[in-house]
Design a protein around this ligand. Structure first.
Ligand code: FAD
Length: 517
């Protein structure tokens, strides 16, 4: 056993010598770091695939498990200063879909979430209402730490086993975004290692251009090693309510009304999903309809048509349990859902935030988690959402979806235009998230090629119908598509790349710029 792993490691090191040349290898080996370089095949394999499982895994030359910002900076300085620059990609938790955290066979993956590498623990400052966290920290661990002080971040993703650096490189959205904005709107300060290996502290006051550019910047300008996240007093409990609609117009009117409320009397979370087949009522994102609240779609839907489920929550403290009922009653009176379709549950705040993990455990137990995920996330302008409904939910999708389809609106004024994140040019836009899983031995409609083809048809439909969607967690093949994606933001994005990562070392898996030079 020892011998075979020694042979494999020797083989990996030889590969490294051939690819980057003996001088670069000597330079990597000589970098004075506290963290750890691994060339072990098992470590290389563990970072070569992602949640999407859509690309053939390609092993990097080395995995680096840093223990500090300076460690990351030393590696990047070496890559930048080498005769032939080599790519370096931060990997959060590898929950990308299209290889965005991959680095290719000539590069080094920085495993930001390696537990044993001695990276700093989250540091909560209760008086200042913020927490300082390592860029590879998972949000679930940030929550655990802040709750010790009765505090919590304000804006979330639906799933907490994602890294801080990974979601801040995109946006980080969930049902709180209508009110608090995405996670990138709730960051006070960052430490960033640029593509030249410089460590830069940035915020609204200091290195402002880099601060906004890195937020939503798809890892192109620097590796986030520390983020200062704004906190609020953590609620103790959550009333979680779902109601159904058969009219898309009424459903979206109610969603838009709810996200226009910002005072004390409002729901704290607004999401929703589309139900095109009965199976979906009890899918992994909607388990609470059963067994305590069994629902027969036939009882609320005529002739198997599409249904829409509004999902809302009200946070509260134990001491407010009397008034919460009255507040919810007042809020619900303004909504026009199917009266017999109210499903309510009540749980601890932490259990609500961590809800998708429970679904993950169930799917893992059935071997249905580690399967290909041809996910497609789109921001759709409000003015065209009903055209999207007709063309996609009631058209292209047919009556089988192979996974949840989320839909919820957000307010553009909660997004900072100076960030690199791209959204449609309208005051309100919707996230439509087609979160499908492919099965090799399933029906035709569950196969990967079928689902990928549907995604292509959806994008084509939007183009032909001139619905100006923007991809969230974007994946584009050509630079022309990227230029189109960024629109007005492209010139700034390109000039920041030239300034902060001139040799194109960082996050090459996004495939926005040509390879390192
Ligand atoms: P990775 O996949 O490891 O990295 C993503 C990109 O960010 C790569 O380009 C990488 O190089 C770069 N990167 C990673 N760390 C850093 C860093 N420290 N500094 C600079 N760049 C870095 N997103 C939402 O917004 N809302 C949701 O509700 C949501 N739910 C999800 C549920 C599931 C089950 C999954 C699989 C994903 C979900 N996502 C959601 C998407 C998620 O936000 C992205 O996948 C995101 O990339 C975070 O994943 P990660 O930390 O694993 O990053």
């Amino acid at each position: 056993m020892m011998t075979s792993s020694f042979v494999l490691m020797t083989f990996a090191i030889c590969e490294l010598i051939i690819a980057v040349g003996p001088s670069e290898l000597l330079r990597i080996g000589a970098i004075d770091v506290d963290g750890h370089f691994s060339f072990h095949p098992a470590d290389l394999a563990s970072v070569s695939s992602d949640f999407g499982m859509l690309k053939s895994p390609e092993k990097p030359l080395a995995v680096f498990q840093p223990s500090s910002t300076e460690d990351v900076a030393r590696l990047v300085r070496t890559a930048y200063g080498s005769a032939t620059a080599f790519p370096v990609s931060a990997r959060g938790h590898g929950h990308s879909i299209n290889g965005q955290a991959a680095v290719g066979r000539n590069g080094v993956v920085v495993e930001m979430n390696h537990r044993e590498s001695g990276t700093p623990e989250p540091l909560v400052r209760p008086e200042e209402m913020y927490v300082d966290v390592w860029g590879g920290e998972l949000w679930v661990d940030v929550l655990t730490k802040t709750l010790e002080h009765g505090l919590a971040p304000k804006s979330w993703t639906d799933y907490l086993y994602l890294s801080v650096g990974g979601t801040l490189s995109n946006a980080g959205i969930s049902g709180q975004a209508f009110h608090h904005g995405p996670q990138i709107s709730n960051v006070l300060e960052l430490d960033v290692v640029t593509g030249k290996g410089e460590v830069m502290r940035c915020s609204e006051e200091e290195n402002t251009r880099l601060f906004h550019g890195v937020l939503g910047g798809l890892g192109q300008f620097g590796i986030i090693t520390r983020a200062r996240i704004s906190l609020e007093p953590a609620p103790q409990r959550v009333r979680w309510i779902r109601v159904l609609y058969s009219s898309f117009k009424v459903f979206t009117e109610d969603q838009e009304y709810l996200i226009s409320m910002h005072g004390q009397l409002k729901f704290d979370y607004v999401e929703g999903f589309v139900i095109v087949d009965e199976g979906l009522v009890n899918n992994w994102r909607s388990s609470f309809f059963s067994p305590r609240n069994p629902v027969k779609i036939s009882s609320v839907s005529s002739n198997g048509s599409v249904l829409y489920c509004l999902e809302i929550t009200k946070n509260y403290h134990d001491s407010d349990s009397e008034t919460v009922d009255q507040e919810i009653e007042v809020l619900m009176k303004k909504l026009n859902f199917i009266p017999t379709s109210v499903f309510t549950t009540d749980l601890q705040y932490v259990d609500f935030l961590d809800r998708v993990h429970k679904a993950e455990l169930k799917l893992r137990s059935k071997n249905l988690w580690e399967v290909p995920h041809p996910w497609l996330n789109l921001f759709v302008p409000k003015s065209r959402i009903s055209d999207f409904d007709k063309g996609v939910f009631k058209g292209i999708l047919g009556n089988k979806t192979s996974g949840p389809i989320l839909i919820y609106p957000m307010n553009k004024d909660k997004w900072d235009e100076r960030s690199s994140a791209v959204t449609p040019d309208e005051e309100v836009f919707y996230l439509v998230a087609l979160l499908r899983s492919a099965l090799t031995d399933g029906e035709e409609t569950q196969k990967l090629e079928y689902l990928k083809d549907q995604n292509r048809k959806i994008l084509e439909f939007c183009e032909q119908a001139k619905i100006n969607v923007k991809q969230y967690l974007p994946h584009h093949e050509t630079q022309e598509e990227w230029v189109d994606h960024f629109g007005d933001k492209w010139d700034r994005f390109r000039s920041m790349k030239a300034e902060f990562d001139p040799r194109h070392i960082l996050a090459t898996g996004q495939r926005i710029f040509r390879n390192p030079s």
